[in-house]
Design a protein around this ligand. Structure first.
Ligand code: PMP
Length: 286
């Protein structure tokens, strides 16, 4: 079945959904995006995604050609047009068509498109068995270079780390920041459990402030699980009692091996299971 894609106010067949080769989103990665989920016919954490989208655009000085209300409606419209109740949505804004020079001043109007589709980030069995990850030698972008808080169309930093994971035969890599502290994975945030406490790198670590991360923080609080945000080292990962990753695409996925060190003897731990369960309940409830 050919999907319908929303481009600048029109729903067009997937094969006609095209962007100019002069679009600076393609030429220079000049644009920002969101990955969003729809569960049970509802856009999950819609406000948070729209807010981050706007903040990303504001940070790169990209005037949004629509209101948040218009794009919020467009998200629902795109899911509906494709008959989806549960799907993954990619919403992208590019600088638009310009000349071959880098200057964004030549781009007259930003372009927005929305794709609704299915996604399977990791094999299903990894959600019960746990995943092996490595630490990448490629560090996360320095926050004063390109802030990782901007969900930009330039993912090369993460892609280079992803190559390292694939070369090592694992699905994901954790990246350190410019100071050598644990930052995040190429497309997910990371949590560990130590002595009953949940630990995750703080916003200052140079992470993309994940929406799933925030949902998990709230769920942990509601469940009375103590949580601390701060600097984590590779040693902290290796000696963790439990570890899991969070992301819109990944949801909550357990990690049972890091750089060939088994975590909890390679078994998914009880707090991870509790968080996964609470997360699935929450997404179903809306
Ligand atoms: N970090 C990076 C680098 C990401 O690309 C993502 C999203 N795929 C995340 C973390 C998780 O963020 P969210 O929970 O908002 O999807």
């Amino acid at each position: 079945m050919e999907l319908k894609v929303w481009i600048d106010g029109h729903l067009v067949p997937q094969n006609d959904a095209k962007i100019s080769v002069y679009d600076h989103g393609l030429l220079y990665g000049d644009g920002v995006f969101e990955g969003i989920r729809q569960y049970n016919g509802r856009i999950f954490e819609k406000e948070a995604h729209l807010k981050r989208f706007w903040n990303s655009a504001q940070a790169i000085r990209l005037p949004m050609p629509y209101t948040a209300d218009q794009l919020g409606k467009a998200l629902d419209e795109t899911c509906k047009a494709n008959g989806f109740e549960d799907c993954y949505i990619r919403m992208v804004v590019t600088r638009g068509i310009g000349t071959l020079g880098i200057s964004p001043a030549n781009c007259k109007r930003a372009s927005v498109f929305i794709i609704a589709d299915k996604i399977q980030m990791y094999d299903k069995e990894l959600y019960t068995r746990g995943m092996a990850i490595i630490t990448a030698s490629t560090i996360r972008s320095h926050p004063n270079s390109l802030s990782p808080r901007i969900k930009s169309l330039n993912y090369l930093n993460n892609i280079l780390a992803k190559w390292e994971a694939l070369d090592a035969g694992v699905p994901e890599a954790v990246m350190l920041n410019h100071l050598g502290y644990v930052c995040e994975c190429t497309g997910d945030n990371i949590f560990i459990v130590k002595d009953g406490e949940l630990l995750t790198p703080s916003e200052e670590s140079g992470i993309l402030v994940g929406i799933t991360r925030q949902v998990v923080i709230d769920l942990a609080q509601a469940a009375g699980i103590p949580l601390r945000q701060g600097n984590l080292t590779r040693y902290d990962l290796y000696t963790a009692d439990e570890c899991f990753l969070t992301g819109t695409g990944a949801e909550v996925v357990p990690v049972t091996k890091i750089d060939n060190r088994e975590i909890n003897n390679g078994v998914v731990g009880p707090i991870t299971k509790k968080i996964m369960e609470a997360f699935h309940q929450k997404v179903r409830a809306g």
